[in-house]
Each structure stands twice: as C-alpha cells, then as structure tokens.
Write a protein that binds this ligand. Structure first.
Ligand SMILES: Nc1nc2c(c(=O)[nH]1)N[C@H]1C(S)=C(S)[C@@H](COP(=O)(O)OP(=O)(O)OC[C@H]3O[C@@H](n4cnc5c(=O)[nH]c(N)nc54)[C@H](O)[C@@H]3O)O[C@H]1N2
Ligand SMILES: Nc1nc2c(c(=O)[nH]1)N[C@H]1C(S)=C(S)[C@@H](COP(=O)(O)OP(=O)(O)OC[C@H]3O[C@@H](n4cnc5c(=O)[nH]c(N)nc54)[C@H](O)[C@@H]3O)O[C@H]1N2
Ligand code: SF4
Ligand SMILES: [Mo]
Length: 729
C-alpha cells in the first residue's frame, strides 16, 4: 500500500530556532536575513533567507507576511537544496551532431552560434521559422525581456509557454466572462467563507499553505470537494462529490437549474451587473438533476442538497484548478462555475468568488508580461493604440511591435511537423517530459534543425535533445518580481551565487541581444528593475494597473502589493484586496457575461480494448512537475515513491488479479509504461491514477485540447493494464 503523507500539517509550521531542514551549519550563525518569494507554486509564500557573507545558508517561512503567516510546505523549506545540486549546468554546451556528447564552449561561442544558426534558418525559411517556448517560472522582468527580444528584436512570430498547459483555460474564461483575465480573490477569502467548494483542486498537496488558510477559517466552514478521486483534500473535507471525470459541466448546469427553479438566485445582482442570464436560464432548464445524475454519477438528491447548501451559505466561494482547466471543455466548465457565483451574487464580497487557483510561481506574471498571446500588460497586438502605448511605456520604437499574435503551443509543434518551423528556443520548461503525448512531442522536437534549451540543469529530458544548452541561474540566484495567485506582486532577490559560468536568464538574453545586433532596443534595460519600471508603466489604466508600486523597495516594505494599485489611487491601506466590490466588471458596459455551451462526451472513452480511464496530476507535496529540482533534495526524496506507480481500485485489482507492489504494464493507444501497482480506495472502479512527475506518464496521454484556450486535456484518456511479457523488455 502507498503511504500517504496527507496535508503534511506538522511539516508546515515554523518553530522558533529552526533554520530550515538541515541547512545551517551548527558552528556558524547567519549574519543577515532577507525575505524572498518562493519559486515553486503560485501561493507565493515569503521565505526569510539567512545569509553568511551574502550567501544563503538556511531559510524559514516569514511570520509577518500576510500570505503564509509563518508556514511553508516541504518544497519551500528545501528550496535552497536544488541550487547546490552537483549536476547544475555550469557552462554552455554545443552538440555538433545529434546523439553525440555535447562539448563545453564559451559564452561568446554560444551567443555567436545561437545567432548564426537562427539567422540562417530565418534567412532560408522566413522569420516565422524560428519560435520559442517559455515559462511561468522566471521573474516578470526576464519574461518581458525575453518576449521583447524574441518578438521585437529577432522578429520571431510565434512564442508560447508552459502556462498554456496550466492556466490558458482560466485566462480565456475570465476574459470572456469578466472582460479581463482577473482572478478576483484574496487569500483571506479562504478564511471568511462559510461554504468552500473546491473543484478539481487537490489543495492539500498542490497548494498546502492555501489549505492551511482554510484550516485557519474560524467559521467552521463546510468544505466540499468535487473530484473523481478521493484525494488528500477530499478526505479532509466535509463532503466529497466523486463525479465522473469531465462531467462537471453537467453537474454545474444541473445546480444552476435547481437554483433557478427554486428562485434561489440574486435577481438584483443579476439585473444590475450581468448580461445573458435569461438565455442561460433557458439553456439550463433541460438539465434536470435526474438527467445529470445519469452522466455525473451523482444522485439527484445530492445535487439538490448541494444547491440548497449554496442557497443557505452566507459567503460561498468556488475555487478551481487543473481538474477544470485541463479539459477539452475547460473554458465552458470554468464559466459554468463563474455563472454559479454570478447568479447567487457570490462575488466581490468577503469569502466569496469564482476563483481560479494558479499553478506556477509566476504564471500570473507570464499572463501579463510574456509578450506571446498578449502584448505586454494585457494588451492586444492587433490594436494600433495598444501598440503605441506599450512602445512608449517600454521606450522602444512603435514599429518594432508586430500586429499579429502568436500561435498556441500545440500549433507551434504542428508547424514543426509541417516543416514551417525549424528552429526552437526553450526556456525554463521541460516539454519532453511534460507535454501531452510524449512520443509525438519528442519526435517533433527531433525534427528541428536547431534546438536551444536554456535551463538550470543541462541533463533534463528536453536538454538531452538540444543542440545548444545555455546554463541559467535559478530562483534565489537573481532578482525580479513574481505575481502570485491573488494578484500580489512580490520580490525575489539574489541570495546565492550561481554555479560556474551560469548566468541569469536576464544576462543571457542581454548577451544574445548584443550578438544579434539589436541590443540598442534594450540598452536602457540595464537591470531587472529598469524593466520593472517600464512594464509597470505598460499596465497604466489597465485592470492590472500597478503604476502605484514605486520600486522594489516599496514591494519589500509592503511585503508584496496586489494589483490593481494605480499611482493615483488611495494609499495602500488594506493588505488583502479583492476585485468587484462595486459589481463593475471589465466589459465596456461594466457587466459580467453568462456564457454556456452544450456539454461534450469524452473524446476517448474507455472501450473494450482500453477499459480504464487514466487521470494524471500531482502526486505529493514534495514533487514539483518534472522533478528536475525536487529530486535533488534527499529530504524531499524521502517523501515520495521513487518509481512510477499506478493507483488502482481494489475491485479492479481483484478483477485483474493484481497484488500490491506488483509490476504492471499500463498501455494506451500511444504508448506504455511499467508501473508499480498501488491498490487504493481513493480511485473509483474503472479509473486509474498516475502522477505527472514520472517521465513515463505522458507516453500515455492523448493530445487533445480545449478549442477556446488550446490547453491540453491531460486528465482523460483510455488505458488498459496487462502483465509484462518478453516484448516489454
Ligand atoms: N507539490 C506540487 N504542488 C504543485 C505543483 C506540483 O507539481 N507539485 N504544480 C503547481 C502547478 S503548475 C499547478 S497547475 C497546480 C495544480 O494543482 P491541482 O490542479 O490541484 O493538481 P492536479 O493534481 O493536477 O489536479 C487536481 C485534481 O483534479 C482532479 N480531476 C481530474 N479530472 C477531473 C474532472 O474531470 N473534474 C474534476 N472536478 N476534477 C478532476 C484530479 O483527480 C486531481 O485530484 O499545482 C501547483 N502546485
Ligand atoms: N500528464 C500531465 N502532464 C502535465 C500536467 C498534468 O497534470 N498531467 N500538468 C501540466 C502543468 S499544469 C504544468 S505547469 C506543466 C509543467 O511542466 P514543465 O514546465 O515542463 O515542468 P518543470 O519541471 O517545472 O520545468 C521547468 C524547467 O525549468 C528549469 N528551471 C527552473 N528554474 C529556472 C530558471 O530560473 N531559469 C531557467 N532557464 N530554467 C529554470 C527546471 O530545471 C525545469 O527543467 O506540466 C504539465 N504536464
Ligand atoms: S506552498 Fe508553494 S509557495 Fe509556499 S512554500 Fe510551498 S511551494 Fe513555496
Ligand atoms: Mo501548472
């Protein structure tokens, strides 16, 4: 049986005199302390790093910070360890031929090779034949410099990032419903709600400190978890609703049906602040609880009772994460959640909201500043006024800003397949592990004429495929800002020296721009703070206006500042601010929209050949994504199983005659893996679960996407189990 570590509550709390898990030498006392925002998840915990001669030797969660109030999860406590790993990338390397060993080269050679090869490709096949894939895990300043160099300097047409795998659905849902991509909440809402509904969100392990904020709620809230699996969070909740995978849309339409039928809606709010309710009411009139019961597996009485709880709740908050976003109908599902909040007036007030929980430490920053789908500051490439405004703010000529937006991630990969894109630059993401349908992804990457990977390690699964690797300084080795899930801009600082010749992504991009011959565009961006001043100016008069943040010192003193914070607004009084208190949304008419659609069946339902449905997701609080960082900590390694495992329900185990710990092949139409069987009551019969942290997992997943957000649907494909045979060895 697998050991569950649960919410890990006892590991979270700081105890006095504890300087982190084994990081402070006993005979040395830190000479100074400085706080920085954690570089893993979007919670944005503040960590006090303790330094000797400018070098961090240990850390403790900040007690006074409003975000984490003295808590950190195991990754946070262990955040310094991956920096000191012996396999850090320490100099640039070039591979002359695929499959051959990469050789050390100088930075000058690396920058020259980067420019020569990409320019050559662009000369032969057009500017659009080179693309880039970036990340939600570097500071906003580095993202903005990267996006500006790529799109304004290199004339690259297409760039996207791992935020597509993660947040694209929320972005589109909010834009369409509210008029801007704006998660409305503040973490205090976790503490003020009396009914908390978590949808496709395993908070206890994915955002453990947010879960602790729920634990701090003094109103003994009802906590309802809507998830096919009985997760750590579901087990800790007051009610678990184990719906069939991808049937959320039906469940939410049925809830809306009951709320309308019983007149449990906030008519005043609907009339004053929304549009499209009548059409929505007609749409949901056919979604009776009886009809939904068939397709969701949730009894009609349970649906009626849930609607009644929403009606009774004084402060109801809805929270969702990847169980919603990573779906072929994710956008409409997210909007169905937004509709429930709007129709019951649960928005803009303490303890309420339709709240998307973000993934990576700076996914929110990438949504505003990556310069890929949106022009910097949440603007449109196509709008000439936006282009001229952003050009002025960034102090670059307006004519360098293109008028077209980029292709999405999977479309970029398709263009490689179509031989239109021949050069790719990958920064701080590891698609050879994390992208959906891995065999296809790796095949596509192998077809490139030139692949550059910029990472803090040069042995990642993607770096192994690269022609050129550029060694990057990591979180803690450079400065800049992150934006957390509640829109809080926070500071990261250099508290540790980068190893060998590794440079910050900022310095790498500056160097590349110099060799490219376009450095004069960015000469005024000498430091990350220079970029901050410009991108902040680009947010002026946008919903995300942050022009009131003077400088890094201001952020430091305030312990992070949430947007909006315009420079002509009132001084910062409230450290916990939510949006829409006045019921005004960002569409021109100030009204939020009810948006809905017809629910779609599973594209690849279990069949007689592949009878089980595979769900993937986070495995433990100690594993981060493709495990390049978390695997470097011996402490964290003790908190998760080292090899890939598959959770199987006991009835399926009996059916397939499986024993615990047995090795079994899990196979889909696209690939197979050998996993250890973990028999569990936490997964329903007919479903299996495999965490995403193991490199094998995405061999199985099926590349299908939400049509609006183009986010991969990672949590629904058909698989089968079989005993290994000679062909598997
Ligand atoms: N420890 C750790 N923490 C992390 C990360 C990490 O790698 N490790 N990654 C960070 C990032 S980038 C992200 S995006 C977040 C992700 O955070 P979460 O979204 O909370 O994590 P997941 O496990 O991917 O998915 C959540 C749940 O969705 C459920 N689910 C699957 N299908 C459905 C469905 O059809 N409907 C519903 N309602 N639920 C469904 C799954 O069973 C799973 O329990 O975590 C962040 N935090
Ligand atoms: N099957 C399945 N697959 C999934 C998911 C799922 O639920 N199921 N979830 C998806 C989600 S939500 C996400 S967000 C993605 C994440 O997928 P990835 O982005 O591919 O995962 P990471 O391991 O976070 O990759 C980050 C890379 O950046 C490097 N790095 C870290 N810091 C720095 C830095 O400062 N500079 C540079 N240059 N490099 C750095 C790390 O070493 C690592 O190689 O995975 C997705 N894949
Ligand atoms: S909860 Fe997230 S931000 Fe906080 S310490 Fe853990 S990984 Fe870092
Ligand atoms: Mo994510």
């Amino acid at each position: 049986m697998l050991q569950r570590h649960g919410p890990l509550t006892n590991l979270l709390k700081r105890t006095d005199g504890n300087f982190g898990i084994g990081q402070v030498p006993m005979d040395a006392a830190p000479t100074s302390t400085t706080s920085i925002v954690c570089g893993y998840c979007s919670t944005g915990c503040s960590l006090e790093t303790h330094l000797i001669d400018g070098q961090a030797v240990g850390l403790t969660p900040s007690v006074s910070n409003v975000v984490n109030i003295g808590m950190a999860c195991p990754k946070g406590w262990e955040a310094l360890t991956p920096l000191a790993a012996s396999d850090r990338a320490v100099y640039p390397k070039l591979r002359k031929h695929r499959g051959k060993t990469a050789k050390k080269i100088s930075w000058t050679e690396a920058a020259a090779t980067f420019c020569e090869r990409f320019k050559e490709i662009q000369k032969q096949h057009g500017d659009e034949s080179v693309a880039f894939l970036s990340t939600g895990q570097i500071p906003s300043e580095e993202m903005a410099l990267l996006g500006s160099f790529a799109r304004f300097g290199m004339n690259i047409q297409h760039g996207d990032g791992n935020t597509r795998q993660c947040m694209a659905t929320s972005v589109v849902a909010y834009k369409e419903s509210f008029g801007f991509d704006a998660p409305p909440y503040t973490y205090q809402d976790f503490e003020e709600s009396d009914l908390i509904i978590l949808i496709g969100s395993n908070l206890c392990i994915a955002h453990p400190v947010m879960w602790q904020r729920i634990v701090n709620n003094p109103h003994t809230p009802e906590i309802i978890v809507i998830d096919p699996r009985n997760t750590e969070t579901a087990a800790a909740a007051t009610q678990h609703i184990p719906l069939k995978p991808k049937s959320d849309l039906l469940l939410f339409y049925a809830l809306a049906h009951v709320l309308i039928r019983n007149n449990w809606i906030d008519k005043e709010f609907i009339t004053a602040h929304t549009r499209g309710f009548d059409e929505f009411a007609v749409h949901v009139s056919t979604f009776s609880p009886d009809r939904a019961a068939r397709d969701t597996g949730i009894a009609a009485e349970t649906i009626e009772a849930l609607a009644e709880k929403i009606q009774r709740g004084m402060r109801v908050s809805f929270w969702w994460t990847m169980g919603v976003n990573q779906s072929y109908q994710g956008v409409r599902t997210a909007q169905a959640i937004i509709n429930l909040a709007l129709m019951t007036g649960n928005i803009g007030k303490p303890g309420t909201g339709a709240n998307s929980i973000t993934g990576q430490c700076n996914a929110m920053g990438s949504r505003l500043f990556s310069n890929t789908t949106n022009l910097i500051g949440g603007h449109q490439f196509a709008d000439p006024r936006d282009r001229s405004k952003v050009a002025t703010a960034l102090q670059v000529p307006a004519d360098v800003i293109p008028s077209t937006t980029s292709l999405a991630y999977h479309e970029i990969l398709d263009e490689i397949l179509n031989e239109k894109i021949k050069g790719l630059w990958i920064i701080a993401t590891n698609p050879a592990h994390s992208w959906i349908n891995q065999k296809m992804c790796r095949d596509i990457l192998s077809r490139l004429d030139f692949l550059v990977v910029q990472d803090m390690y040069d042995n990642t699964d993607t770096a192994k495929l690269a022609d050129l690797t550029l060694p990057a300084a990591a979180w803690g080795e450079k400065e800049g800002t992150f934006i957390n899930s509640e829109r809080r801009v926070g500071l990261v600082k250099q508290v540790s020296r980068a190893p060998g010749e590794a440079l910050s992504d900022f310095r790498i991009i500056k160097l590349l721009a110099k060799h490219w011959g376009c450095h004069e565009l960015f000469d005024h961006w000498e430091t990350p703070q220079d970029v901050f001043q410009c991108i902040k100016e680009a947010t002026r008069d946008q919903p995300c206006d942050m022009t009131g943040i003077r400088d890094y010192q201001h952020l430091e003193q305030a312990g992070g500042i949430q947007w909006p914070f315009p420079d002509e607004g009132p001084p910062l009084r409230d450290r916990q601010r939510r949006l829409f208190a006045d019921g005004m949304f960002y569409h021109e008419d100030g009204r939020a929209r009810f948006i809905f659609d017809t629910p779609q069946p599973l594209p690849e339902p279990p069949s007689s050949k592949y009878p089980l449905l595979l769900i993937t997701g986070r495995g433990t609080a100690a594993q981060w994504h493709t495990n390049t960082r978390t695997s470097k900590s011996p402490t964290l390694r003790q908190l998760y199983p080292q090899n890939v495992y598959v959770e199987v329900n006991s009835s399926d185990a009996a059916k397939y005659k499986l024993q615990p710990e047995q090795q079994i092949i899990v196979e889909s139409q696209r690939g197979k893996l050998l996993a250890t069987v973990a028999i569990s009551h936490n997964i329903r019969p007919g479903q299996v679960f495999i965490p995403m942290h193991y490199v094998e997992t995405n061999r199985l997943t099926r590349a299908h996407f939400d049509p609006h957000s183009k986010q991969p649907s990672y949590k629904d494909c058909a698989v089968r189990l079989r005993y290994p045979d000679y062909q598997d060895h």
